[in-house]
Design a protein around this ligand. Structure first.
Ligand code: SF4
Length: 351
């Protein structure tokens, strides 16, 4: 709610109809205006009767967030947007373009509690979970701010601020909103959820009846180093993570993407590669190698190009499909360590 007003962005058509005591078709009409047509002004919802439009204006808002800053890089084909939410919290999202392809990178939390060593978001601490409307609202407002034609079906990655599986229910609800046939109708295989490896979230995700893709921010394959880079590893060590992924693979048959940010002298050696190969053995894996993009407050250095290529070759020689992203650079690269390195290569991982 916004004060006394009902916020519609996070509601399914049947919820809109129920909450406003409308006919089911009216719930669908309002949902279509918001999610399919990107129309947020009730007065412009011309197939609704005038009295209903007046009532919606009095009792409802479409969304409760606004864009307060936009930063665009033509070279990277990226637009980063800073949103302010109804309570003053701020989150970031990114729209990436590659030819005709559009990818939206969404946040699932305001801030993040997990404090990964290479991540700017983690430095700021955790504020709160986002609700489904605040997650899907990022997508709709990004598409409109980027003037993306409605016929373009975007790819969506949950790699912005926050750990999606610590806000599981809202993330799943937002995915259903994005996939809804009366709305944006994003194909499940165009959606990727990225986690540092919250094992109960992985187990729940395996039971979802869809083809939404799973990505794991791995970055190290021995417990000592991974706990340093991704402190959540202390809660769910690598053995537990591997078991969860093995079960996920057995249950779904789906490929899993692994993200590995290459840090000079930290996780880019032949020994690191060997450990990674042991961890991946038996999993249907695709690997995204990510060159480190410096964050001023952090002291890591990027791996040399030669080390990056050697790491990639080692994986490919072991039969593992691998992408080595080109360097991103620049402050457009957004909030999160994962997000900062995001590029369209993610989408090539689909078999
Ligand atoms: S990398 Fe992701 S999970 Fe880790 S601290 Fe940053 S936002 Fe949180």
């Amino acid at each position: 709610m916004n004060g006394r007003r009902l916020c519609l962005m996070g509601l399914m058509p049947e919820q809109i109809a129920a909450d406003l005591a409308l006919k089911p078709y009216q719930g669908r009409q309002i949902f279509q205006w918001i999610h399919r047509k990107g129309v947020f002004d009730f007065e412009s919802m011309t197939n609704l009767a005038k009295p209903l439009r007046e009532r919606l204006k009095e009792q409802c808002v479409v969304q409760d967030m606004r864009i307060i800053r936009t930063q665009t890089s033509e070279a990277l084909g990226a637009m980063k947007v800073l949103f302010e939410l109804h309570d003053g919290e701020r989150i970031e999202s990114v729209l990436l373009r590659d030819g005709g392809r559009v990818t939206l990178c969404l946040s699932s939390q305001a801030g993040c509690p997990l404090n990964c060593a290479f991540c700017a978001t983690g430095l700021g601490g955790f504020r709160r979970n986002l609700d489904p409307g605040e997650i899907v609202g990022q997508a709709l407002l990004l598409l409109s701010a980027g003037e993306v034609p409605r016929e373009v079906s975007p790819n969506v990655v949950y790699m912005g601020m926050g750990e999606p599986f610590l806000n599981y229910d809202a993330v799943v609800a937002s995915i259903h909103l994005l996939m809804h046939p009366e709305g944006l109708c994003v194909g499940a295989r165009r959606i990727t959820v990225s986690t540092v490896g919250v094992v109960d979230g992985i187990a729940r995700f395996a039971n979802e009846d869809w083809q939404v893709r799973l990505s794991i921010s791995l970055h190290a394959a021995n417990d000592e180093l991974r706990s340093r880079l991704v402190p959540h590893n202390r809660a769910n060590g690598l053995a537990q993570l591997r078991n969860a992924l093995r079960d996920y693979g057995a249950k779904t048959g789906r490929q899993i993407t692994f993200e590995w940010t290459l840090l000079d002298g930290v996780n880019d050696t032949a020994g690191d590669l060997r450990e990674m190969l042991v961890f991946l053995k038996g999993l249907k894996a695709f690997v995204n190698l990510i060159p480190w993009n410096p964050v001023p407050e952090l002291s890591f250095r990027a791996s040399s190009r030669a080390n990056c290529i050697a790491f990639q070759q080692g994986l490919e020689q072991a039969g593992i499909k691998t992408t080595l992203r080109r360097e991103n650079g620049g402050d457009i690269a957004a909030a999160c360590g994962q997000l900062r390195a995001l590029q369209e290569e993610d989408l090539k991982s689909e078999i």
